[in-house]
Design a protein around this ligand. Sequence first.
Ligand code: PEP
Ligand code: MG
Length: 297
Amino acid sequence: RRAEARAASVGTTVSVRGRRIRVAANVGSLAEARAAVDAGADGVGLLRTELLYVDRPELPGEEEQVAELAEIFAALGDRPVVVRTLDAGGDKLLPALHLDPWRHGPLGERGLRHGLRHPTVLRTQLRAIARAATDCRGEVSVMAPMVTVAAEARAFRDLVGSVVRELAECDVPHRPPARVGVMIEVPAAALTAEEIGSEVDFVSVGSNDLAQYVMAADRTNDAVGELYQPDHPALWRLYETLVTGARRAGCEVAVCGELAASPDAAVRLVDLGVDELSMAPTAIPDVKAALREAFRS
Ligand code: PEP
Ligand code: MG
């Protein structure tokens, strides 16, 4: 039965109790964007932008970023895409930024923490995203990684606003992001999802990092691999708390960590009230089939 549903699912959307659930893809390159379309993705819930910055001694310029992003947007046709701003630091030590494993480590200045301290890098990226969006048929949204407190979410939203104003004042062709969101991957952010959600249009749960911080088990350290469990009951209690909080703030909730790729977890997350699941393209058909089977939609 699941095999039949799997075959029927490519390209069609899933509805659960009258709500449309987006089953989207995580991509980090043009090839992956094409794979997402082939797998029947309803959009891209996480466009990782780090690939543009790895293995090179200098930062990519604004024009290069516009060109790369425009190509990915074009491959997605009219599907919506969420572009995550640079997640530097943690397990992603990018040579051009001269990051230090301790200062910029998993508990250090990574993600948006780095972005707000080095606003030129973040502003350039936000300019490139808004400029590349001009020729795009689908909605382009932006989200920031590694947010801990509501003030950071507000600072990110203000920065997006300031970049858009600057482009408008200089008559640079652009399209403002359709939605501004942040990732929930820190326990404090999960516990205060209502406060954070009231600053933005949506939140997206990064279960990979959230599991690492909740279980105090480095996601890259095999010695504690057994403790690294994104589906531990402690995490499920937190997912429930954060979905409830974010929805109370009137905020959409997505999950873009690896957990969303597990059909059983996907069903449970949608049952909690999650609106969008984003995963590796190869997982999409099975997750769509599992949702259809579980909710008979
Ligand atoms: C996550 O942390 O769950 C996530 C999706 O981001 P990344 O794996 O890129 O850190
Ligand atoms: Mg993460």
